[in-house]
Each structure stands twice: as C-alpha cells, then as structure tokens.
Design a protein around this ligand. Structure first.
Ligand code: FAD
Length: 429
C-alpha cells in the first residue's frame, strides 16, 4: 500500500497498517511492532506537507478512534477520540451548545494530527489548537497509558508533540459557548495594511490578509465574534458557491494551469483575482466562517515571526520576488496568534505573526521556498512543523528555549525511538 499526503510532497509504503479501536489495541500494536523491529507512526488526514507523518514500519490508522467520548457541560470541556476529524466536531458539539474557540483555514485534519504539528488560525488573543487542549491520553512506547493534564510535568510537551512522544488516543478540549462571526472581507492597498498591521491585527477578534504577488492589493478578512442569538446574514447559496467553490477552486485551478504554461500571464491574472474576489460581508455560525474547502492542491511553507517583524518580512519577500523575476500565482497569507507556553509551539513566548507562501502542486517549490526561508531566518522565524521547511535540530535548539526539555521528554517516553522517522530525526536529532 502506498500512502501519499494531500500536498503530494511525501509518500510511504508501510510494512503494515493497523487500525486499532482502543487504547489497549494501540498498546498491542506498539508491542507487536517492537517485537518485529518496526517503527510506529499514527497518521491523521495526511494534510501535513512535511514528512512528519511518513510511516516506514507500522502505520496506525486511527479512523476507528473517532467521535465524542464525554462532555463536561459545567467546564465546557469535551473529550474527543484522537482520530476525529475537525469537520465532524461542529455536529458533535452543537447539541451541547459548544464550539471550538478558533480554527484554521480548513477542517479536514484530525484533532490529534492538527495539534501535533501546532495547527493554528488567526486572532491576536487566540492561540493555536494545542492551547485549547486541557488533557490528553497518550500511549507510550512501553505501552503505558498516561493521562496527561495541566498538573503533569509533560503537559506542555504532550499537547504539541510532533507525534514523537507516543500515540494520542483521546484529547480533552476547552470549548466555548457556540458563537457567530460577522465577517468583513475587503480589498485594500497593501502598503496601508502593512503600515498599520500592528493595530489592524490587534484590535479585531480575528484579522488576516492574503496578498497576491505582483499586485499592490491586500485582501483583508476581519471576523468579529457575536453571540449565537445575533441574527445570521449568511451568504446566499449561489454567492457562496460562486466565491468559495467556483472562483476559489474551479477558476483558480484553471488559472494555476494557465500560469504554469504561460508564467508571463501571472501578474495580470493576479491583479484580476485581487479585483474579482474578497469583497463581501456576512454573519454565520463560527465554523462556517472560519473554514473553507481547498481543492486546488499546493505546497506550503509557513513561518512564525515576532508580530512586529511581519510588515518588513512581507516587503522583503515582495522585493525578493521582483529581484528574482519569479512569477508566483499563489497568494501569501498573513495571520497572528497570542503567545503561549507550549514548548514546541511556534508562538512560544511571543506575540506571533505568521506568513505563509504557497506554490501550485505542479510547480517546483524548492527555489522559492528556500529563498523565502532565508528572509524568515533573518527575522528569527520558526517554521510550522507540518509545512515545508529546510531547518534541523541544530536550528531549533536556539529558536525554542525549552527545546532541550522536549528532547528529555522524548528520551523518557520513547528512548528506543519507536515513533521515529526521517523527518523527526532531522528536526529533533
Ligand atoms: C489545504 C491545507 C490547509 C491547511 N491549513 C492550515 C491552517 O489554516 N493552519 C495551520 O496551522 N495548518 C494548516 N495546515 C496544516 C495542517 O493543519 C497540519 O499539517 C496538520 O498536522 C494536519 O493534520 P492531519 O490530521 O492531516 O495530520 P497528519 O498530517 O496526518 O499528521 C501530522 C502529525 O500528527 C501525528 N499524529 C496524527 N495522529 C496522531 C495521534 N493519534 N497521536 C500522536 N500523533 C499523531 C502524525 O504522526 C504526524 O506526526 C493546512 C494543510 C493543508 C493541506
């Protein structure tokens, strides 16, 4: 069996695939693998662009560990089986009047896969998914089943563990009362958005923008949280299909194909895209606003920088693209997050801004990504663990103050490297 990730940048041919349905079955799968001298790798939805989910030995498919296990209505906490997909969560939480605090751009990932790589959305007062986690159940290499909550010394390692510490079987999430979002999407001059970025990104609940290279327009998105009782003003079915399906997927896929054949056309196409999209306002339940469907495959690199560095980093990437004469069809995406205390979180200890660059799946991404990474490196950037980068453990020792503590946790929980693969060896040593 050959496994491929969504971005078609990684593949694997595991020796066997096991589909456990309980923590005990996970422990048995680990013991069997060790007996046969094989490594173990749980996979989620395969939406990481890096080789973090590549399983050479035993691939653990967690599709039978799915669903809502318990609800504490008073604390507004829910325990989800680790293989639950984020798109399944709204329907599971709705009967309890609850929702996830914040989400990224899509909801195809599993809860365990998303937290293990530090998946995040945007919002100056909001952290990534791992910050919403209050406890996990982890099966270690020795087959121990550990319940790890805030009182446990390894809590801030286990919430974002790169799949290197063991197999998560369930995750308890701090939810919030279900809410709506008022979304305003508008094209604005890029120069002004960068000039005012610190204020613009700090004031609203959720602010982000896209910028198509070769244009001077930023497509801003500003989402304001509202009570669930506020009236909805949803996009009409046709408008939603036109914007989110036809323009963002069907037309965009044609455009990427044209851009690949005729790169000289890309600047004009990007200018047209900036004029035709991103001008609308609507109010809807949070999950319908946070996430969209991405059907055009691409590769992505995303770096976390101190938020103050974002405007200059974007300007520098603009200058780099012009200097190199590249034609880039995919936009940059810029987001923010609150500081947190999770050891391998890209937002550890600092108010964070994220810049993501993308390339169409049929184009070579390496030259562009390597050069952009040099820009991020000069700003002390930390790469997203699930998105393409070229850094290794030597870099991370200086970028993460608690890196050595994480390595010590790994030595303790997986001394024989049962959960290792080539990516983890590169980034953790
Ligand atoms: C189209 C697209 C949009 C994206 N948007 C965003 C975004 O908005 N924000 C963002 O931050 N990221 C985003 N990402 C990146 C994505 O969220 C992460 O790469 C995420 O890890 C993918 O989750 P997954 O379920 O596919 O996990 P996988 O990629 O399958 O696995 C990721 C890691 O989790 C580990 N893992 C999985 N299950 C378990 C388990 N039970 N126990 C222990 N470890 C486990 C795997 O071993 C692996 O190390 C996007 C990716 C794509 C393709």
């Amino acid at each position: 069996m050959t496994w491929q990730n969504w971005g078609r940048s990684e593949s694997a041919s595991p020796v066997r695939v096991v589909t456990p349905a309980s923590a005990d079955e996970v422990a048995t799968a680990i013991a069997d693998a060790r007996r046969d001298g094989l490594t173990v790798k749980p996979i989620g939805a395969g939406h990481s662009f890096t080789g973090i989910a590549v399983a050479d030995g035993v691939q653990l498919n967690l599709s039978r560990l799915s669903g809502l296990l318990s609800v504490d209505r008073e604390l507004q906490q829910v325990t989800l089986a680790a293989g639950t997909h984020l798109h399944e969560v709204p329907a599971l939480l709705a009967p309890h009047g609850l929702a996830m605090q914040n989400l990224g751009d899509i909801d195809a990932q599993t809860v365990a896969g998303a937290t293990s790589t530090g998946t995040h959305g945007t919002g100056a007062a909001f952290g990534g998914l791992a910050t919403q986690i209050v406890a996990v159940t982890l099966v270690t290499a020795a087959g121990e089943i550990l319940r790890i909550d805030a009182s446990h010394e390894l809590f801030n390692a286990a919430r974002l563990g790169l799949g290197s510490l063991g197999v998560l079987v369930d995750i308890t999430v701090q939810c919030v009362p279900a809410f709506k979002l008022a979304a305003v999407e508008a094209p604005e001059p890029l120069a002004g958005v960068l000039e005012s970025f610190l204020e613009r990104s700090a004031a609203p609940d959720h602010f982000e923008f896209y910028w198509f290279p070769h244009t001077t327009t930023a497509l801003t998105k500003t989402n304001t949280r509202l009570a669930l009782t506020e009236p909805s003003v949803p996009l009409g079915g046709f408008k939603r299909w036109l914007d989110d399906e036809f323009m963002s997927n069907t037309v965009f896929s044609w455009v990427c194909g044209i851009g690949r054949s005729i790169p000289a056309a890309i600047p004009s196409i990007n200018r047209l895209a900036s004029q035709l999209t991103g001008d609308r306002a609507f109010t809807d339940v949070s999950t319908s606003v946070f996430t969209t469907v991405r059907r055009v495959r691409f590769r992505e690199m995303e770096y976390a920088l101190a938020v103050e560095a974002i405007p200059e980093a974007v300007r520098e990437i603009d200058r780099l693209i012009t200097r190199k004469g590249w034609r880039i069809s995919f936009p940059l995406e810029v987001r923010v997050a609150a500081p947190d205390d999770i050891w391998l979180s890209t937002a550890y200890g600092r108010r964070t801004g994220y810049v993501a660059v993308h390339r169409y799946v049929k184009e070579d991404h390496h030259e562009y990504f390597r050069a952009v990474e040099e820009v991020f490196r000069t700003f002390g950037g930390r790469p997203h663990w699930g998105k393409i980068h070229y850094r290794d453990a030597g870099d991370f020792a200086t970028l993460y103050p608690r890196f050595d503590d994480f390595l010590a946790a790994r030595d303790k929980l997986d001394p024989d490297r049962v959960f290792a693969n080539a990516y983890l060896t590169r980034v953790l040593g």
